[in-house]
Write a protein of this length. Structure first.
Length: 387
């Protein structure tokens, strides 16, 4: 199954088309024939990947976050004993910090002056045992508590009056490391919530990390029942991905032949995974009717990469990466120990297989393998995300 996305030249400029044509002609000299599908050239693939990462969060995700925050604020104003925190959960491969920022924007009715982000998403220190002090320092910089009635700031808000101040913790999973003494920062955060009843806290966390923290630190008892981002369907993914500015506009009606729901199912409804599967299936086809015809982008049927056989240490390693969402090699070794160098050796093997990916020194699980990894871990009695 394939769908024609459109002419590669449109929206990319003549220089892109000329470069692509030269690349195709070179490929044909090596054995490709006219009309044959070829992999995207690296420059075009990289540009599309960058544009995907800059897309506004899917509408269903933004709506879920915005609605949950508004309802949490209303409940907090009416019943202060209900708690002043809301936890939003997402898949570890989703950029939850960006999703939260998109949802809590001025366009959604949240004023920038009332949104405080004391800790950046990538705050994990080299020495995880120093994280509690970093968190304390960040909280000391919060606005002072109003004098008098601590609940005075909660009156009005989005329904009229003064907007309540929100404190955004975009990545709870960045505040801990799975090692002895590595999650004291979570206790620091819990204490701050109790001491600052004048603030409403919005906390992002990946589902794997939340399961771990609930087991070791009673996270749900501390912060309340979480809200999960919705599983996206084909109707959510299609307009989101086709909104890419650098994507050539569709020129034929049969773009609808692409099975968007199959893509959503393979991606488990996760936008980041769906985008990578879709991008991985894009191919270039040059028109066979003459040298002047423009090459086209073809969206082939969505498919996952096959997962090589894993050994025991691979599973512990991948599980640790997914709990932390993204993690440095140094922190991974601290989590698992590496007295004989096996963790580093298996990390290199997983990278060569494309199961792990890197950005600088940061390790992440490849979206193209996530679903099979999660199934493999569940079949081997590791806890996995519940949604």
């Amino acid at each position: 199954m394939k769908a024609i996305i459109g002419s590669v030249t449109a929206g990319l400029g003549g220089s892109w088309w000329r470069s692509l044509r030269r690349w195709l002609q070179s490929s044909q000299k090596s054995g490709f024939s006219d009309g044959e599908l070829s992999d995207l050239p690296a420059p075009l693939r990289n540009r599309l990947q960058q544009d995907i990462e800059s897309l506004l969060a899917p509408e269903a995700s933004r709506t879920t976050i915005c609605t949950a925050v508004q309802e949490g604020l209303k409940r907090w104003r009416q019943q202060p004993q209900a708690g002043n925190a809301l936890v939003i959960l997402a898949n570890p491969l989703e950029p939850l910090d960006h999703l939260l920022s998109d949802a809590l924007s001025a366009d959604a009715g949240f004023r920038a002056s009332d949104l405080i982000t004391p800790l950046a998403a990538d705050q994990r220190r080299d020495d995880p045992l120093t994280m509690p002090e970093l968190v304390r320092e960040a909280f000391r910089a919060l606005p002072a508590m109003p004098s008098g009635d601590n609940n005075s700031d909660k009156d009005g808000g989005a329904e009229g009056g003064e907007q309540a101040r929100l404190v955004l913790i975009p990545a709870l999973d960045m505040l801990f490391l799975r090692c002895i003494g590595g999650w004291e920062s979570i206790e620091v955060l819990r204490s701050e919530l109790v001491q600052r009843p004048d603030l409403f806290w919005v906390i992002g966390c990946n589902r794997w990390a939340w399961s771990f923290l609930d087991a070791v630190a009673q996270a749900e008892a501390c912060f309340g029942a979480p809200v999960s981002l919705p599983r996206l369907g084909g109707d959510d993914l299609k307009p989101w991905l086709l909104s890419l500015e650098s994507l050539p506009p569709a020129v034929e009606a049969n773009t609808d032949s692409f099975d968007w729901q199959e893509l959503a199912d393979l991606a488990k409804g996760v936008s980041t995974i769906a985008a990578r599967i879709w991008l991985d299936g894009l191919r270039v086809e040059e028109q066979p009717n003459g040298a002047g015809d423009e090459p086209r982008l073809i969206a082939t049927g969505p498919a996952l990469r096959s997962l090589p056989s894993l050994v025991g240490i691979d599973r512990y390693l991948l599980h640790a990466v997914l709990i932390h969402g993204r993690i440095s090699r140094r922190h991974l070794i601290r989590c698992l120990g590496d007295a004989d160098g096996r963790v580093e050796a298996r990390t290199q093997w997983l990278l060569r297989q494309g199961i792990l990916e890197t950005r600088g020194d940061i390790l992440m699980v490849s979206p193209l393998h996530y679903g099979q990894i999660a199934s493999d871990l569940a079949n081997n009695n590791f806890f996995v995300e519940s949604a």
